[in-house]
Design a protein around this ligand. Sequence first.
Ligand code: CAA
Length: 240
Amino acid sequence: MARVAVVTGGTRGIGEAISVALKQAGYVVAANYAGNDDRARAFSEVTGIPAYKWDVADYDACVAGIKRVEAELGPVEVIVNNAGITRDATMKKMARAAWDEVLDTNLGGCYNMCKAAWDGMLARGFGRIVNIGSINGQAGQYGQVNYAAAKSGIHGFTKALSQEGAAKGITVNAIAPGYIDTDMVAAVPPEVLAKIVAKIPVGRLGKAEEIARGVLFLVADQGGFITGSTLSINGGQHMY
Ligand code: CAA
């Protein structure tokens, strides 16, 4: 039977490409999203992938969301924790709310989703979890103490949880994307972005599909010996 995969933030940007790639590879996909109803509706119309609305920062909503997906599509065996937000500002200007929102969504969302699906994965003896980190969690970035801390936390979370899943058939890995051509990166001031792109050895922004390809590799049934690892996909910008 086809495995059921949940992709958080799965209707736009990198998440959209992941949802589509998983569907093309034969998975039954549930694309979670938090806010943009119009984009989610358009995504579902074009791809045929159902969109499920809940906020990954809300633990109870994640538990209810996983329950609903399982009732409608079947046991969740693959989770891609991709949902993420930025609230960039220098420390001087960063409000406490900008810290909390980014930590609660980007890192708290990983806990909430994994916790909600973990017992089922343990009981079935199979699971594939991929957490989307960031080059900026590895290297830091000016104006992103919140985002870099959350993404760096994802890499620690991945290594710790992978140890708990290893003997139970559950792999937990991370991907650290570099600068990818998405709405999030388009929001970076153009003069700042130009300087960043100039430092990417491949000479361009990445494509969302290039991250999706890494996800397919990590979630494959044959990937049982790959766990606790981080796959950097960044055009050579940072070698870690
Ligand atoms: N290194 C050193 N100094 C820097 C700098 C840098 N990287 N970036 C900016 N500065 C300096 C500026 O030169 C300026 O100095 P002066 O005051 O002496 O002129 C000062 O910092 C203030 O800069 P800004 O005018 O840009 O300040 P701001 O408050 O308007 O904006 C900012 C600050 C929000 C951080 C803005 O620079 C910004 O958005 N930067 C981009 C941050 C970024 O790369 N975010 C990534 C988003 S995409 C993503 O996160 C996806 C992923 O995983 C890769």
